[in-house]
Design a protein around this ligand. Structure first.
Ligand code: PMP
Length: 463
């Protein structure tokens, strides 16, 4: 019997895991004491754990499994590719058919001014690529002082050095003396948490103008780019007020800096468009992508490059000293192609926009009536619930931030659904193939979870 056998007892797997496996974003001391949960198989929107429990995957893995789990079509495409050419690099004047086919496909899906893709294996690597690309671009254009990059507090762009720096997670910055010099952060458009004293649209304009102020203070001649997620995902599904992106668009139009739309979560149909920037009518110069590109079946990321940036980088010739062993990996490209074919054939992007998106949203927003919920919001298939101790004063948070959220997350799992907690916001991002029946069940499970959480919080005197 080996550790990856499904018949290995849960406790034995947990002990081996505790002894040898260091988990991402985890407090290993408390995790090892508690024991990990073990997922052994999955199909559609359903996960199964080592105890045989069926769990609704309300997070599509980690925001990535657009087409649902267990698609043999993707596995078959990868198998075929691996038998034919399992690996070759794309350095040294070389390419291979799956990388070419995927690049053409991505160019056809992207807006007309974006026609090229630089490959890597993750969203973090994509943003490290962005970091080097924007600085090199301005350098090539004879403006080496345009180095500064503006991100947003509570934005998330990965956990490598550049990814962490561009993101605005203070706890991450504290580990490793980050951000890297030359990265600046402006306030986020988080109306519920930070702007409720203003009307939402007024707040949207107010936070967008933080970009204008930052550029003007630092100097346009010193700023290379602004990077943002169309909707902040890991920060808590923060959907900006309607006024936000149009005002950012105006500011960017008036200034000569690059706009990087981080599409790692918002891309590939999550918002009912191929890309989240398209949803908001933005025209990015660069688009980091990952996650939904392969639906997580194999690791792959990339940076979609606009003609403007590509031409700038190529203008004077010379090598861009950047790339990864696995850039354009043939098996990952085959997975991406099979995944994109499913998304297209099944019309999943339109389904999010016109069918399952509005269907779930209508039901999700009604959860705002629950005594524990201060706000319910949803766009595409990205949803959040703000848990609050007292509905009559909804913007006053829990005293001990994160306790209610963590409790609710654990109860949700017990009730048979994965819902993630960011502080005291509960967030979902289900697979795009979620059926109406599954959406009904999802909402019913969340209702029960909210009721159960409410009872425990009351018992513990936290309400
Ligand atoms: N950008 C965004 C917007 C993300 O949400 C993430 C991951 N959650 C990343 C980048 C980093 O991607 P990865 O974990 O694949 O490195």
């Amino acid at each position: 019997m080996t550790a990856h056998s499904n018949v290995y007892p849960t406790k034995a797997l947990q002990d081996l895991d505790a002894a040898h496996h260091w988990h991402p974003f985890s407090d290993m001391k408390s995790l090892n004491a508690e024991g990990t949960r073990i997922i052994t198989s999955a199909d559609g929107v359903w996960l199964r754990d080592s105890e045989g429990k069926k769990i609704l995957d309300g997070m599509a893995g980690l925001w990535c499994v657009q087409v649902g789990h267990g698609r043999t079509e993707i596995a078959d495409a990868v198998h075929k590719q691996m038998v034919e050419l399992s690996y070759y690099n794309t350095f040294f004047k070389t390419t291979h058919p799956p990388a070419v086919a995927l690049s053409e496909k991505l160019a056809s899906l992207a807006p007309a001014h974006i026609n090229r893709v630089f490959y890597c294996s993750s969203g973090s690597e994509a943003n490290d690529t962005v970091f080097r690309m924007v600085r090199t671009y301005w350098d090539k254009l004879g403006k080496p002082d345009k180095k500064g990059i503006i991100g947003r507090w509570n934005g998330y762009h990965g956990s490598t050095l550049a990814g962490t720096s561009l993101g605005g997670m203070k706890a991450m910055h504290a580990q490793g003396d980050l951000p890297i010099p030359g990265v600046y952060h402006i306030d986020q458009p988080y109306w519920f948490g930070e702007g409720h004293e203003m009307d939402p649209d007024e707040f949207g304009i107010f936070t967008a103008r933080k970009l204008e102020q930052a550029i003007d203070e630092i100097g346009e001649d010193k700023i290379a780019a602004f990077i943002a997620e169309p909707v902040q995902g890991a920060g808590g599904v923060i959907i900006p007020p309607d006024s936000y992106w149009p005002e950012i668009r105006r500011i960017l139009k008036e200034r000569d800096i690059l706009f990087v739309s981080d599409e790692v979560i918002c891309g590939f149909g999550r918002m009912g468009e191929w890309f989240g920037s398209g949803y908001y009518g933005m025209e990015p110069d660069l688009m980091p992508i990952a996650k939904g590109l392969t639906s997580g079946y194999l690791p792959m990321g990339g940076v979609m490059v606009s003609d403007r940036v590509a031409e700038g980088l190529m203008l004077a010739g010379g090598e861009f000293y950047h790339g990864y062993t696995y850039s354009g990996h043939p098996a990952c490209a085959a997975a991406a192609l099979a995944n994109l074919e499913i998304i297209e054939r099944e019309g999943l992007v339109g389904r999010v926009k016109n069918d399952i998106g509005p269907y779930l949203k209508e039901r999700w927003l009604k959860l705002a009536g629950h005594p524990l919920v201060g706000e319910a919001r949803m766009t595409g298939l990205l949803g959040a619930l703000e848990l609050v101790p007292n509905k009559t004063n909804p913007h006053k948070p829990f005293r001990d931030a994160g306790t209610a959220g963590t409790l609710c997350r654990d109860i949700s799992f017990e009730n048979g659904m994965v819902m993630r907690a960011v502080r005291d916001s509960m967030i979902i991002s289900p697979p795009l193939v979620l059926t109406h029946e599954e959406a009904d069940l999802l909402v019913k499970t969340v209702e029960k979870t909210l009721d159960d959480t409410f009872q425990v919080l009351k018992q513990d005197g936290l309400l």
